[in-house]
Write a protein of this length. Sequence first.
Length: 364
Amino acid sequence: MSKNIKYTAAIIGTGRIGFSLGFDKKREQPASHTSALLANKRINLIAGCDNNPEHLANWQKIVKRAGAFDNFPYFFAACKPDIVVIAVNEDAHLETALAAIRTRPRIIILEKPVALNMHDAELIAEESLDYGVPILVNHERRFANDYKAAKKLLREIGKIQSVNARLDSGLHVYAPEFEESGEYSLLHDGTHLVDCVMYLLENTDSDKKDFADSTFSANVPPILRNIKITSVYYDENQPEVVRNVSVHCSSINCADINLHFSGRSRYFGFEIDIIGTEGRIKIGNGIFEFYKRECSKLYTGFYSLGRDKRLKQCGKTHYFSNMVQNAVDFLDGKAPLRSTLDTGMNALAVLEYIKAGLKNKTVL
């Protein structure tokens, strides 16, 4: 495909992740779908849609030459973009995704999580297959340079002994009253934690296979298995609200994987600690550390782990721009999608299993 050819794109949802995060001065930019689309020279952003008048008006002030629509039936009737970006709230994913698929764009970029639940996700997957529309799910850390580097470094830490992944926030982990909106951290941010663990543990050989085989069908095997809730902390005043939950699971390469979701923390934290027989990797928000086996400086005849100071935190991870570029490369026929509907549904299936255990109060 010629580099001079541009793909048209349109976005549904011009709120936070769709637009306004592109103005957050503390975040690495681009940090929204709109800013990432505008920054890519191979993409022409032609339209936006949002039923929130304020969001749409703010968006149109920046994307002045694009069409603006307040409902997606008019939106789809007026434009036929190559790329449709869906950046609406979780509770609107199903309806919006099905409508978008039926217009047969060349690709859909769907904000995480895939859907509110597996039932809705399976409906999206069926429609995607029937209409032949590939879907890229925006689990953005799969595209970040630091996570890609960490995945390569796994080869240098020997056999993986344990994985400890942790999400800290002040948002309730789960409560039945928020299930229909998706406004709970197990789903909203937990999808990133689970997907990152699975991404890092995936067989790297799968990156090299013919991507035409894995575009639509469920060819990506589940990574995490033997999932068990090990501890739960309920809100002291609202016993139905889960504030903390810890989960143990395993994979084909690691028997000890621990996932911790906290809604009691007065800060936001995201980190994964992988311990191997020859080294250790820690990665997360503002964290990237690599430790290797070396002769101990404290004890004769012993070995310890020493931090490789040559490895520095990536200045820019290019997580959002790499995601959009992956869609362009896929349309060019140059690369597979790095985050597919299958991998997104695998993450959602794990979260559904945990949620079911919380609802049934099933603790090991």
